[in-house]
Design a protein around this ligand. Structure first.
Ligand code: ATP
Ligand code: MG
Length: 468
């Protein structure tokens, strides 16, 4: 039974449950108050009836002789006690010691066993309910004063019972009206109480449909629902941040893969051109061709390694390669070698002073490759890209210079923004992500990166990293 109720209860909506609870609580309160009031009125009425009866019985018992025959005598001042005229008021009866009726009102009373015992002096008094002419009477028998015997007095309980019935009916009607009111109140309270919940639900549903995580759900007040709303907003912000970083990861991955792919494609196109037009073969002597193929192999290897790295990164963004003490000259050397293969027309020079930094070697290498790629991309054929590594107190300073056209002063503040490409660069391949990645990596390692003009011409990119 309890299980059935529990299941039924769980299937109700929150609105239904709330209105039922409010209704039940108010109805219980109304019923309790009505019950107590009815019991109190019943008790008071009975009490009044009894004390009235008691007073009447005792006033007759005080002078039973005067009641033995005829109507009551005149009191002081010649007034008769009309309450006890034979034919009106309570019924009464005076009994002798042998329980014989010596005097009574117009309609007498039954001489019960209890009355006999009181008349015989065996019992102090006796109270009972008796049925007379189809009506219920409350009858009290007390000993008569002088001369012995007993006095019986009885009152009709009908009027009192009728009053009680009317009162009971009024109470019941009040309960019905009260419970109905409670039900209406319950519904109103539930509806009003659930308005913020419905608003929140709608706001969250809207987000689910539009997938617009930048629109926080509106919050009113400081109650529990407002706190829930705040939590929802915090969650939306966290999801948005996760989505952004995922998108950034995909974009970065695309960028990292595109540069080596472009250079592989250029080399393959060169080999294919020679293949298709054998008369061009003299332009690509066998040793050049072998070198090209070796470069291609190295580039494909690099691409494969990069792909693995990126997949790892995408799978578990937090599980990045561990930071360790790295000899920066090794990292610079590896980065220069990679770019040198891609851009053979440019000369790469280095001047490196050994220095240890604490960082992630692969990320540092990718950072340098990006800067060197730019320098090589904008260098004129035969140009020189130079990398200088020095230390400055607790910092190691990397300066990568080229002999290209340089960066316009207008573009300088923006080149580290994601997807920013100077108008002059728009004819060149690229996505504008390289320097953004460089800035991010430098910052993650506690360093900075700046770009500026090189003298007499070209660009200098300066990276500062904390040395250990
Ligand atoms: P990507 O690196 O994504 O392939 P990109 O090289 O155009 O594309 P970034 O590396 O972010 O993008 O560089 C941003 C812009 O800064 C470039 O578009 C270019 O205008 C300018 N820039 C960067 N390095 C140099 C440089 N060495 N010489 C001249 N301009 C440069
Ligand atoms: Mg670039």
């Amino acid at each position: 039974m309890r299980g059935v109720f529990a299941r039924w209860w769980r299937r109700r909506t929150l609105h239904d449950r709330l209105s039922l609870l409010v209704t039940a609580a108010v109805a219980a309160a109304v019923l309790t108050v009505a019950g107590i009031a009815f019991a109190a009125v019943f008790q008071i009425q009975r009490q009044q009836l009894r004390s009235q009866l008691d007073a009447d019985a005792r006033s007759i018992a005080a002078q039973p002789d005067q009641w033995r025959d005829g109507p009551p005598p005149a009191g002081p001042g010649g007034r008769r006690d009309l309450r006890f005229r034979r034919d009106i008021g309570p019924r009464w009866q005076v009994l002798g010691r042998d329980a014989a009726v010596s005097s009574r009102s117009t309609n007498g009373l039954p001489v019960t066993e209890g009355a006999r015992r009181v008349a015989a002096g065996q019992q102090a008094q006796h109270q009972e309910e008796v049925e007379l002419d189809g009506r219920s009477y409350l009858m009290l028998t007390v000993p008569a004063g002088r001369g012995g015997g007993a006095v019986q007095v009885a009152v009709d309980q009908g009027p009192a019972n009728r009053t009680l019935t009317v009162f009971g009916l009024l109470m019941a009607a009040g309960c019905v009206v009260g419970t109905g009111g409670a039900a209406a109140l319950g519904r109103t309270v539930a509806r009003a109480g659930l308005v913020p919940v419905q608003q929140l639900t709608k706001a969250v549903e809207d987000v689910a449909v539009t997938m617009d995580l930048n629109r926080p759900v509106p919050i009113h007040g400081v109650d529990e629902i407002a706190r829930l709303g705040q939590s929802v907003n915090t969650m939306l912000a966290a999801i948005d941040a996760a989505r952004r970083s995922q998108r950034a990861l995909v974009e970065d991955a695309g960028h990292e893969l595109r540069t080596p792919l472009t250079s592989i494609r250029t080399n393959i196109e060169l080999l294919l051109a020679v293949e298709r037009q054998p008369d061009l073969a003299h332009r690509l002597p066998p040793e050049e061709r072998a070198k090209l193929l070796r470069d291609l192999e190295a580039q494909v290897g690099e691409l494969a390694a990069l792909t693995t790295e990126l997949v790892e990164l995408a799978r578990e963004e937090t599980a990045r390669e561990p930071a360790e003490d790295v000899e920066l000259t090794d990292v610079v050397g590896a980065a220069v070698d990679r770019v040198r293969i891609r851009v053979p027309s440019v000369t790469f020079g280095t001047d490196l002073r050994p220095v240890i930094v604490h960082g992630r070697p692969n990320e540092l290498e990718r950072m340098l490759v990006n800067v060197l790629d730019n320098a090589a991309k904008w260098s004129p054929p035969g140009g020189v890209v130079h990398t200088l590594l020095t230390t400055d107190e607790d910092w190691c300073v990397l300066r990568i210079t080229d002999e290209g056209p340089g960066i316009d002063a207008d573009d300088l503040p923006h080149v580290f923004d994601r997807f920013y490409r100077a108008p002059a660069a728009r004819g060149m391949p690229g996505s504008g992500l390289g320097l953004a990645i460089v800035a991010q990596t430098a910052a993650q390692h506690g360093g900075t990166v700046t770009a500026g003009p090189n003298t007499p011409h070209g660009t200098v990119v300066t990276i500062r990293l904390p040395a250990t």
